[in-house]
Design a protein around this ligand. Structure first.
Ligand code: EPZ
Length: 417
């Protein structure tokens, strides 16, 4: 079982380049199936989730080549519309292939993705939307079968601005007959990136990033080269690393506008943030102040994916922080591991009360999910002594070169495979 060994207490300096966004790359690679022509995707992060996505693309008959951060996908030769169970279980966000396969073949067969460490992760909104688009959906024996002659555009109101459901509706309706309107769509930047990719292929999508998205179905899409946007959650991870170590660090290749939902939190903690072009310099105080209240919300609210990363900072801040996790029902699993490092955190259902301590102590802790694992690495950077983070395969799902990047900033972190 792979682990990180981190020697805490080192201040950081220098600059770090942020990877391409995992949560953009996954839907855009799946979208290549809907495009049905060869596409080249640049700035694709090297992650285990990307590896799984490439295996799914190949299992569907796509020709895929990867060279460093560039992945070329030829979706013009789909030979299969079903994704096998093992691949669906390996990465539950494979559900994003549903809409793309329906656009390309009028059919999709996959197992229910099931829950994960942070929650049940239902897909009722996805399937209800597919039915509204004239798609026949059956769910039997753990399998989801979707078929239609041709997707028919319709008006769909989401009861919750689900990111995945919004993406699946866009992917299913991009080549539909007629117009699809999504009311209460997710507004995350990853939705905008997906729409920009598809529009560069000739799609007609407007309103992405707003609550109402309109997709005018087109007959066909064309080949394109496209670069994935920067990963705002990875950027927040490095911001937290600088914050807990009292450092001044430059984070490069970011879109500062995407980080506005977290800026005020870091400023409340006493950090100075200077944005210039695609760079952000964060300068942290010797001791952080508690940000007091954090409520995770759909974008443009505070992102749930940054909750654990900011909790690690709040754990050593001066004061008490109240963190409300409103998106996922089981996204406080890192708190028990942080308490093992000396943090003072109490959890009451959706609320975590974090009383900052002077310092954390290094300990042996376990990553329980992607962002929880990253939060433990951040905590290890400022803890006294050595921290061992186990089960870092979770971290490999979403971070490209995390230990190399932190080492380049002066952290003492090494990987034991
Ligand atoms: C995406 O997950 C991201 N994953 C998540 O990032 C992110 O935390 C989440 O959006 C919220 O921003 C990818 O993009 C691959 P949702 P997704 O559908 O699409 C409920 C990370 O760490 N819901 O917006 O699954 C659901 O249970 C990952 O990078 C339904 O009830 O998120 C949850 O409570 C973790 N029914 C809420 O909506 C549905 O049909 C938000 O889910 C769908 C969702």
């Amino acid at each position: 079982m792979s682990q990180y060994i981190i020697e805490g207490g080192k201040s950081l300096c220098g600059s770090v380049r942020v990877q391409g966004a995992k949560n953009s790359a996954l839907p855009i690679l799946a979208a290549c199936v809907a495009v049905g022509a060869p596409c080249v995707i640049h700035n694709c992060p090297e992650l285990s989730d990307i590896g799984c996505t490439i295996r799914i693309l190949r299992s569907l008959g796509c020709e895929v080549h990867r060279s460093a951060g560039t992945v070329s996908v030829d979706g013009s030769c789909i030979t299969d519309a079903s994704i096998d169970d093992a691949l669906m279980r390996e990465m539950r966000s494979s559900i994003i292939f549903l809409g793309a396969l329906l656009s390309a073949t009028g059919e999709a067969v996959m197992s229910a993705p099931g829950g994960c460490d942070i929650g049940l992760r239902p897909i009722d909104l996805h399937l209800a939307a597919m039915r509204k688009l004239g798609i026949k959906v059956t769910e039997r024996h753990g399998k989801i079968r979707c078929t239609c002659k041709r997707v028919r555009g319709n008006k769909i109101t989401l009861s919750f601005p689900s990111v995945g459901a919004t993406e699946n509706i866009i992917l299913a309706s991009v080549r539909a007959s007629g117009v699809t309107t999504i009311i209460n769509a997710a507004r995350e930047p990853e939705i905008v990136d997906l729409a920009m990719f598809l529009n560069s292929c000739g799609a007609r999508i407007s309103g992405a990033g707003e609550s109402t998205v309109i997709i005018e179905g087109v007959e066909r899409l064309r080949s394109v080269q496209y670069a994935i946007m920067p990963d705002r959650i990875a950027a927040c991870t490095y911001m937290s690393a600088a914050a807990v170590t009292g450092s001044s660090v430059i984070i490069e290749d970011v879109i500062p506008a995407h980080l506005v939902p977290v800026f005020s939190t870091y400023e409340q903690m006493g950090c100075r943030l200077e944005a210039a072009g695609s760079k952000i310099r964060i300068t942290a105080p010797k001791r952080l102040s508690a940000p007091e209240i954090i409520r995770t919300m759909p974008y443009p609210g505070f992102p749930t994916d940054c909750q654990a990363l900011v909790m690690s900072a709040a754990a050593v801040a001066d004061g008490v922080t109240f963190i409300n996790e409103n998106i996922f029902e089981n996204r406080f699993r890192h708190t028990s591991e942080l308490c093992r490092m000396g943090a003072d955190i109490r959890v009451y259902d959706k609320l975590a009360v974090v009383r900052g301590v002077e310092s954390l102590q290094g300990a042996c802790v376990n990553a329980t999910d992607l962002r929880a694992g990253a939060a433990l690495v951040v905590a290890g950077l400022c803890a006294e002594g050595v921290t061992t983070v186990n089960s870092i395969q979770y971290i490999d799902r979403g971070y490209d070169s995390l230990e190399e990047n932190l080492t380049s900033l002066g952290a003492r972190i090494r990987r034991n495979d």
